[in-house]
Design a protein around this ligand. Structure first.
Ligand SMILES: [Zn+2]
Ligand SMILES: [Zn+2]
Length: 177
């Protein structure tokens, strides 16, 4: 999980990752934190309305914790709801590969892993700002068997993940058996 928050832009220099336009000074923006190897986070910024497109889960969590007045909160919540509905229904546990991956901490051992590391993802309740969301949480491939304790896990993951190229399939099998 990254660290997400809504704040007023401190300067007019940040750009929105979605629309690539500048975010005006003092405008509310969503920061999505990415864990760094040596601690701390680097932040990526979004206009709140833009975040409803691809960062809607992070926005929803940030709104739950937010104490600032958000003038368009109703419109944002409608945008989040539309994005959630538009998502293809994914089945879990599944494997996530390559470009879909951020840095992460394994929910089992807590170790930090690089972006693009293959990981197993399961749905777990995550409580943010007093609200609980079902969210995908990452597990190291090598930790998944122990964490989930399911003897059929490898087959389930392969089935849920869909097409996997030969290289990744071999790697997954070697890592999970
Ligand atoms: Zn934007
Ligand atoms: Zn682990």
């Amino acid at each position: 999980m990254g660290v997400h928050r809504i704040e007023a832009a401190k300067t007019g220099r940040s750009s929105c990752r979605q629309c690539k336009q500048k975010i005006a000074k003092a405008e509310l923006r969503l920061g999505v934190g990415h864990a760094q190897e040596h601690g701390g986070h680097s932040m990526q910024w979004y206009h709140l309305q833009c975040a409803t497109q691809e960062r809607f889960l992070e926005l929803e969590e940030a709104l739950a914790e937010n104490t600032l007045a958000v003038p368009n909160q109703t419109a944002l919540e409608a945008g989040i709801a539309a994005s959630i509905q538009g998502q293809p229904a994914a089945t879990y546990p599944r494997a996530i590969f390559g470009s879909d991956c951020d840095t992460y901490h394994c929910v089992h051992c807590g170790n930090w892993s690089f972006p693009s590391t293959i990981r197993i993802v399961v749905i777990r309740p995550v409580t943010v700002g007093g609200r609980t969301f079902d969210r995908p949480v990452p597990i190291d491939v090598g930790c998944a068997n122990e964490y989930l304790g399911d003897p059929a896990l490898l087959d389930t993951v392969i089935q849920n993940t869909g097409p996997i190229d030969d290289f990744n399939l071999k790697w997954l099998k070697e890592s999970m058996t």
